[in-house]
Each structure stands twice: as structure tokens, then as C-alpha cells.
Ligand binder design. Structure first.
Ligand code: ADP
Ligand code: ASP
Ligand code: MG
Length: 413
């Protein structure tokens, strides 16, 4: 008997009718003789609504309480889906993340899964049930409090469960047909990739292609989970995420990702002496603030500006950490720019093909887009640009590398 893990995202369970259609699909998988585990997201925009409700009731909602609130969205979905399956004569049992044995660290809002003890899930499967697990949540082994895994975290619940149950496949059902060469909402001519390697998918996800949460791809890579990203609205084959050796086409570039969820923070006029950067970034790390790109300017008169990007939601926390340190170290202060976006080009073939960065910068310049920061890895080039130019930037880079039909048209013109 094959073990299949399926995850349905917010749009796929967006209303009662869609939930019923998901139940039909799950019932079909169950009747085909598979042991079926289903991970569900909150319905539609429920999580956003809960976040907004919390912010209307309190300026700084305690992280512990916010997590308890947010997990309720997924619990609504799991119980409704179980009811719909019972109606279809399919035995089904729903479990919260904690009941399903999703054990995390104690970091609220972006907890990491540290262990999975799926005893109850396995037992319910062995009894012939479809098992439904609320996505995006777990329980801290230290504090015993309920935690959430960060936005998009149901993907990670699904892949982590698939790894621990040694599932044959983890299907991620979403509102697009698979992973595209760019967000199809911004580049309508983007191409669907039949296959993408874990490494490339990790970079695309880390750089904002929210079709998979980055930690789900890490789990997939570390445990060799076969991930199939596909649409819940069709039966088309989607995109398989797997090891590099499975990739047959030899594309240099796999796609363009963009991220508008970050801000740029600049620490101004920092004394340029050993130990200062270490003090600043250690303090941020202690408060679990995720830093992304870092740029230090050329020093003048023994002082320099240090800029970095971070999730926009963490700028207040970062300010609170850095402002006292600025006075202590003799830096001038902290400036935050929220009107930025990051655009990244990803492709394993970059390792062996020179000139990729030059071509990307050329395309941005031709489109009149100014580059504010640059960072690279062996398979990625990322730039920070003004937020109001993000669509222009993505489209220009996508076209320059011939990733969609638009590139052909541009070249022909
Ligand atoms: P779900 O609610 O199913 O988890 P998400 O909204 O989290 O769905 O992720 C799917 C969305 O990801 C798509 O609707 C699409 O707009 C966006 N997306 C961004 N980059 C990509 C990409 N490269 N390929 C496919 N979708 C992408
Ligand atoms: N409901 C959560 C979110 O909106 C988790 C998820 O959908 O993956 O981020
Ligand atoms: Mg998602």
C-alpha cells in the first residue's frame, strides 16, 4: 500500500464548495487503495483576517497568544474536511499539529520542527482512516506551548510528515499548475517547469517564490521526499521537485523570484573598527531576527554605513535592539526603508556560465531600474530595487533570459 501525503492550500479549501471538491479528490485517493494523509491550510484569507483582528485588539499581541489564535484557522479546515469525508463514507480523523506529534522549538511565529512522533497518525492510518492534520503548527518541546511554523508553513508540515512516514509522494495542491519560471501573476507568459532540483527550488523559495515554503524544500532535500506541486483545480501533472540528477533538461536559468516582504535597514556612521559588526549582528541574532543581504559601504573618516534587509514585520524589533547599541558604539542611528523589493535570478547552470550577472544588470538598466544592493550565491544573483519597479524588473529579467514567450517577441521586434 502506498502512503500519499496531500497538502491543500488556502485557496483550494477557500469555501465550503471547494472543501467538498477536495473531499472528493481525497476520497478518490483513499479508494484507490492508498494510505492517505491530508494536511490542510486555513480557508482562504482566514490567517490574514486573524492577524488583522489581533492587531486591531492590541498594538503588540503577545506572540504566544497570537500563535494560539492563528492555529485556529487550520483547525476549522481539518474538522470540516473530516465531516465532508464522513459524508462520503470515508473514515477520517483530524488531528492538530500537536496531536500529530509535530514537535518544534519554542520560537513563536516561525518555529522549526525538531522532531516528529507520528504514533497517533500511523495508528489511525493502520485502522483504515484518512488522517487529516492541521498545517502550519506544532508544539514546543520545551515550553509545551502551541507554535506556528511561519507563513506558508503548511507546506512544511506536509513534507515533514511525508519524510517521517516515508511516504511515496508528497503532493502540494495549490492554485497554480506547478512551479513556473516566474510568478505567473506577474509574468503571464512564464513557463511551467516539469522538474526542478531541490537546490534551485530552495533558492527560488528563499527568494520569495511562495509556492513552497523554504523549510519544506529543506526537509524534502534532507530526506529525499518526492514533492509534486500541482493544481487542486485540474488533474494536470505539475512540477516534480527532486535531486539534480533527475533533471534532464540542461537549462542555465530556472527562474526569477521576487520578494516584496522585506525592508532595508541602514545603521548610519558606524565606527569602522574590529568587533563592531559582530556586536550588532550578534544582538540581532540573539533576538532571532533573520538577516538577509548585508552591504557595508566604503569607509570614510573611520566611519561607514552598514545596510541589511530583513522581514518588514521585524523592523520595530530590530530598531529596539540596535538603537541602544548605536549610542553605546557611537553610531549615528538607524534608518528604515520599507519601499524596497528583491529580485533574484536562479539557475544551477550559472556555476559554469560566466556573464549571467552582467546580462541581468544590463536588462535592469535597459528597463530603467536602479540597483540598490546586490548579493550572489553560486546559483543565484539577487538585487534590491525600488518596490514600485518590481514588476518591471521581474519582467525585464525574465525576458532577457528567454524564459517565456515574451522574450522571443522582444528579440524579434
Ligand atoms: P497556497 O495557499 O496553495 O499555499 P500560495 O499562495 O502560498 O498557495 O502559493 C501559490 C502562489 O505562489 C501562486 O498563486 C503564485 O502567485 C505564487 N508564486 C510565486 N512565484 C511562483 C512561481 N515561480 N511558480 C508558481 N507560483 C508562484
Ligand atoms: N495558513 C497559513 C498561512 O496563511 C499557513 C499556510 O497556509 O501554509 O500562512
Ligand atoms: Mg502557501
Amino acid at each position: 500500500m502506498a502512503i500519499v501525503v496531500q497538502k491543500y492550500g488556502g485557496t483550494s479549501v477557500g469555501d465550503v464548495d471547494r472543501m467538498k471538491r477536495v473531499a472528493d479528490r481525497v476520497a478518490r485517493t483513499h479508494r484507490a487503495g492508498n494510505q492517505t494523509v491530508v494536511v490542510v491550510s486555513a480557508m482562504g484569507t482566514t490567517t490574514d483576517e486573524l492577524v488583522s483582528m489581533a492587531s486591531r485588539i492590541s498594538e503588540r499581541p503577545p506572540e504566544r497568544e497570537l500563535d494560539i489564535l492563528l492555529t485556529s484557522g487550520e483547525r476549522i479546515s481539518m474538522s470540516l474536511l473530516a465531516m465532508a469525508l464522513h459524508d462520503r463514507d470515508v473514515p477520517a480523523k483530524s488531528f492538530t499539529g500537536s496531536q500529530a506529534g509535530i514537535i518544534t522549538d519554542a520560537v513563536h511565529g516561525k518555529a522549526r520542527i525538531v522532531d516528529i512522533t507520528p504514533g497517533r497518525v500511523q495508528e489511525a492510518l493502520d485502522d483504515g482512516n484518512v488522517v487529516i492534520v492541521a498545517g502550519f503548527q506544532g508544539v514546543s518541546q520545551d515550553t509545551k506551548d502551541i507554535t506556528t511554523l511561519g507563513r506558508g508553513g503548511s507546506d512544511t508540515t506536509a513534507v515533514a510528515l511525508a519524510a517521517s512516514l516515508k511516504a511515496d509522494v508528497c503532493e502540494i495542491y495549490t492554485d497554480v499548475d506547478g512551479v513556473y519560471t516566474a510568478d505567473p501573476r506577474i509574468v503571464p507568459t512564464a513557463h511551467k517547469l516539469d522538474r526542478v532540483s531541490y537546490e534551485e527550488m530552495l533558492e527560488l523559495a528563499a527568494q520569495g517564490a511562495k509556492v513552497l515554503q523554504v523549510r519544506s524544500v529543506e526537509f524534502g532535500r534532507n530526506h529525499g521526499v518526492r514533492i509534486h506541486v500541482r493544481s487542486s483545480f485540474s488533474f494536470n501533472d505539475g512540477t516534480w521537485v527532486g535531486p539534480q540528477e533527475d533533471i534532464v533538461e540542461d537549462a542555465i536559468i530556472s527562474g526569477v523570484a521576487h520578494d516584496t516582504s522585506e525592508a532595508k535597514l541602514t545603521i548610519q556612521q558606524v565606527p569602522d573598527r574590529p568587533g563592531v559588526a559582530s556586536r550588532l549582528f550578534s544582538a540581532l541574532a540573539e533576538d532571532n531576527i533573520n538577516i538577509d543581504m548585508i552591504v557595508q559601504n566604503v569607509s570614510a573618516d573611520g566611519r561607514t554605513d552598514i545596510s541589511f534587509t530583513l522581514p518588514r514585520g521585524e523592523t520595530d524589533k530590530a530598531r529596539a535592539v540596535l538603537e541602544p547599541l548605536c549610542s553605546e558604539l557611537g553610531a549615528e542611528g538607524v534608518r528604515v526603508d520599507e519601499e524596497i523589493a528583491k529580485v533574484s535570478l536562479v539557475g544551477a547552470g550559472m556555476k559554469t556560465h560566466p556573464g549571467v550577472a552582467a546580462k541581468m544588470f544590463g536588462a535592469l538598466s535597459a528597463a530603467g531600474v536602479n540597483i540598490e544592493m546586490i548579493s550572489t550565491s553560486t546559483i543565484r544573483v539577487s538585487v534590491v530595487v525600488a518596490k514600485d519597479q518590481v514588476e518591471t524588473a521581474v519582467q525585464a529579467v525574465h525576458a532577457a533570459f528567454g524564459l517565456g514567450d515574451d522574450a522571443q517577441l522582444l528579440e524579434d521586434a
